[in-house]
Write a protein that binds this ligand. Structure first.
Ligand SMILES: Nc1ncnc2c1ncn2[C@@H]1O[C@H](COP(=O)(O)OP(=O)(O)OP(=O)(O)O)[C@@H](O)[C@H]1O
Ligand SMILES: [Mg+2]
Length: 571
């Protein structure tokens, strides 16, 4: 993702014909197609796919699509005219109807299989056939790759109907989860955290599906009602959608010698990954084993930096399995995620996710995914003792590297040049005992307050605080004094501005998003657009109105409410 252009580019795409001129289908042209697949992509039944990197799949369009939103920043970066998002043929294509796209665009897309490791352990049970051959993109279908100003992008529809990997489900995404993913991708990008990006979001005016969900104000852990929700298709964009799980699928097949081309397919997918995501840092002319070592080294630095960034902004991925871990080192799959309110190392919004994926356990979860990645790479370096040793060193140094990234991140949040363990330990204790709102606390600290009054804006004032307010206030004051003594003297304004670029003012809390998707389901997109606006400038002060609405503590009545504080699924 480091090749991403940051500046607006002149408009080059004002019609679908313009886009089709930029299309380049090299994944379908260079990787292996499932030899048993029919080229027209209309067989959507769940089945085992034994070999090949992709299956041609024709998306199932949603009925009567209506424009909801488009990723404005991405449009400008790509040189897309805003008006194209509402034009008939663009709407048709990105709501899943490829039947009338202009050549060389094709009327089939592709879906990929991938394997699953949960916290480093290989799993097969989630595949309906218990073999791993029926697991993969169950509702994600890529429809093109385009090269735009020298940068290649893959565009992928989510919710575009069944694929052979749909595991018997309908392949749809509801508006609720699509709005969450759409807004979160935009927000993360604006926060400076590498992520897949939001291109567009369309909803069906007539087609609905039933999903388990929470009744209004429900405090139940599991959904307590079945609701009928409009279906939607969002399109996300990235240099590739290769996941660690995908590399594992081919590596498991090579390891078990499942078919004669298994080793070659593993090598091909890894070289494809390098080409899409790492071509600027890995020399094309090296032998594969050497490329793999460089890949592991670079992926480790991206992954450790990614997770430190998640923690910096209060993000919990919730389900950080190897199949939700993009091999390009960016955030992928905004299903059971959340941005925390209260600072809580155990914060985990997804009730099915388990403690091992909780907020401050994410470095350890990343380590497990990295181990799965390294195991998947091993067959490619097996014949090169040197490379094998280097890969093992890269793997075993992961904890050290992530620890260094975390310390660097905490130091930056605190505006310090170096991490101070004592200061941090006391802060973490105070944040837990009070407790504090994570975003508000660090933002208030960024104004360099002389006393703790301003910091109190971030206090939720729990039972420990109520029981000994004076004692805790004293400790907070002592902590603040200690903190001031460690900050750079002079240049206060510069320090404050620097901290404000590390500590966002606004974060996409779920209780902001709930009314936005509820209103959107009733055809009113005003709140969604307002949120899109606010959350794409998370470091800016913005207006007083915005501050009043979005820079505040979570109201007590919203704690523990299903759908606003936790969810059991993310469909
Ligand atoms: N084929 C499908 N049809 C309908 N719903 C699905 C399908 N696949 C997954 N889901 C829903 O999405 C939830 C998350 O599953 P998973 O992460 O595998 O898919 P995803 O969100 O579509 O993934 P990704 O963003 O990683 O492509 C599941 O619990 C399920 O509720
Ligand atoms: Mg997923």
């Amino acid at each position: 993702m480091n090749k991403r252009p940051h500046q607006d580019t002149p408009i080059t795409v004002a019609t679908l014909d313009d886009l089709s001129a930029l299309a380049d289908y090299s994944l379908m042209d260079t990787l292996n197609c499932d030899p048993e697949a029919k080229a027209d992509g209309v067989d959507h039944s769940p089945r085992q796919v034994f070999s090949g990197h992709y299956v041609p799949v024709r998306p199932t369009p949603i009925e009567d699509p209506e424009y909801v939103a488009h990723g404005k920043a991405l449009f400008h970066e790509l040189g897309f005219a805003d008006t194209i998002a509402r034009s008939d043929d663009f709407v048709r294509m990105f709501s899943g109807d490829l039947s009338r796209v202009p050549a060389p665009l094709r009327n089939v897309g592709w879906a990929c299989g991938y394997a699953l490791s949960i916290y480093g352990t290989e799993f097969y049970q989630q595949c309906p056939f218990h073999t791993g051959n029926g697991y993969g993109d169950g509702r994600a279908i890529s429809v093109l790759e385009a090269v735009i100003n020298g940068q290649r992008w893959e565009m992928q529809l989510k919710g575009a109907g069944r694929t052979p990997y749909c595991r018997g489900a309908d392949g749809r995404a509801v508006l609720r989860s699509s709005v969450r993913e759409f807004l979160a991708q935009e927000h993360m990008h604006a926060l400076g955290v590498p992520t897949s990006r939001s291109l567009s979001l369309y909803v069906s005016k007539t087609e609905k599906v039933r999903r388990p969900w929470y009744s209004e104000g429900s405090r139940s852990i599991d959904p307590d009602v079945l609701i009928s929700e409009p279906v939607a298709i969002s399109t996300r964009v990235a240099p590739s959608f290769i996941r660690v799980g995908q590399l594992e699928l081919f590596s498991r097949r090579a390891r078990k010698q499942e078919h004669p081309q298994a080793m070659e397919e593993l090598e091909k997918i890894v070289l494809h990954l390098i080409d899409r995501e790492y071509s600027d840092v890995i020399d094309q002319s090296l032998v594969t084993a050497k490329k793999v070592v460089l890949l592991a080294d670079e992926f480790r630095s991206r992954l450790t930096s990614l997770v430190a960034n998640w923690i910096r902004v209060g993000y919990c991925q919730g389900n950080f399995n190897s199949d939700n871990c993009a091999a390009g080192g960016f955030t992928l799959d905004y299903g059971p995620f959340g941005f925390c309110d209260v600072f809580d190392p155990h914060y985990q919004p997804w009730t099915g996710g388990g403690h091992h994926f909780a907020f401050l356990n994410q470095p350890a979860a990343a380590e497990r995914n990295f181990y799965s990645f390294c195991s998947a790479m091993r067959p490619l370096v097996a014949g090169h003792a040197d490379c094998l040793r280097q890969l093992e060193d890269i793997q075993s140094d992961f904890p050290k590297v992530i620890q260094a990234q975390m310390e660097k991140m905490w130091a930056a949040k605190l505006g310090l040049d170096a991490f101070d363990a004592d200061l941090f330990r006391e802060l973490a204790t105070l944040m837990l005992q009070t407790p504090v709102d994570y975003t508000l606390f660090f933002r208030e600290l960024s104004y360099l307050p002389e006393d703790i009054e301003a910091l109190k804006k971030s206090f939720y004032k729990g039972p420990t605080y109520a029981a000994d307010t004076e004692g805790l206030d004293k400790r907070w004051s002592a902590w603040l004094t200690h903190w001031h003594s460690l900050t750079r003297p002079g240049a206060r304004e510069e320090l404050s501005s620097q901290m404000k670029l590390v500590n966002p003012k606004y974060s996409l809390r779920d209780w902001f998003v709930v009314p936005a998707y509820q209103q959107a389901a009733a055809g009113n997109y005003a709140l969604l657009r307002e949120l899109q606006d606010v959350m794409t400038q998370p470091y800016a002060e913005q207006s007083e109105d915005v501050e009043k609405k979005y820079y505040r503590l979570k109201p007590p009545e919203l704690f523990d409410v299903g759908g606003a504080s936790h969810y059991s699924c993310s469909s």
